[in-house]
Design a protein around this ligand. Sequence first.
Ligand code: NAI
Ligand code: 15L
Length: 267
Amino acid sequence: MKRILLTGAAGNLGKALRKQLAGWVDELRLSDIVPIEDLQEGESFAHCDLSDLASVIELAKDCDGIIHAGGQSIEGTWDNILDRNIKGTYNVYEAARQQGVKRVFFTSSNHLVGFHDRETLLDEDSQMRPDSLYGVSKGFGEVLARYYYDKFGIESTLARIGSCFPEIANRRMLSTWLSERDLADLIKATFDADRLGCTMVYAVSNNKAKWCDNKHASFIGWQPQDSSEPFANQPHLIEEGKTNDPNDPAIRYQGGAFVTAGHFDDK
Ligand code: NAI
Ligand code: 15L
């Protein structure tokens, strides 16, 4: 019996993953604070607020792995970030430890490194340069995952996801785009690998204009099959290219609009 827990199952990625991962494991245990009623074969649902440790420990019972995609997915107030991402991610790792779950797929984000210029090719040694409190919370999650690996042997993929959406909404996404299929393949590779360690992966498709290099993680065997290139000639992207100011921080930095959005706790 293979049972994988998916947090954030009612969200964008959760919905996409339910389709992409259908039939992949015996049971996909879906969880969110938002109810899910259209359960498919092989799925179960458990309501859980990730900020409540006791509930998350119960949620992780008898699971073989966790895909942690629940929480605050954009910049927000400190209180939101604290409850959903800092406490939420701690609770997931602590539940994994207490329930003997050995592997976690952590949805980190490009916004952990969003203040790197677009001319920079990121690799495993690139500094964390978060562009938001949201990005900072992903740094907390990655460091926490490393602690749980070194001390308790819980293995993780730290997936610095670019932009995982069905459509390419802007020119930045030509570099940051991740197809739903490539995301699902990375998750499968995570749980199939004989050894995983605690490995950061830049989770973007095989796009032409690259801002990151995953050589260090090639042992996982993940080879993204999709590319944003076939979408590059869409009129709205060509139009955007004519008006973009290269000195605009949202164009200069990899994090795009996140580098200027917020800080929402200002009074
Ligand atoms: P989303 O906002 O659509 O989904 C997040 C889900 O988490 C929602 O269904 C929400 O109800 C749930 N949630 C929020 N607070 C909760 C709590 N306290 N307890 C339980 N559930 C809670 O976000 P999306 O796009 O699906 O992203 C999923 C994960 O992937 C997030 O961690 C996000 O930071 C990360 N990510 C997503 C990217 C993307 O392109 N979609 C890019 C980079 C990272
Ligand atoms: C993220 O981390 C967000 O969760 C997602 O909503 C997008 O904003 C994405 O990054 C992006 O950078 O496009």
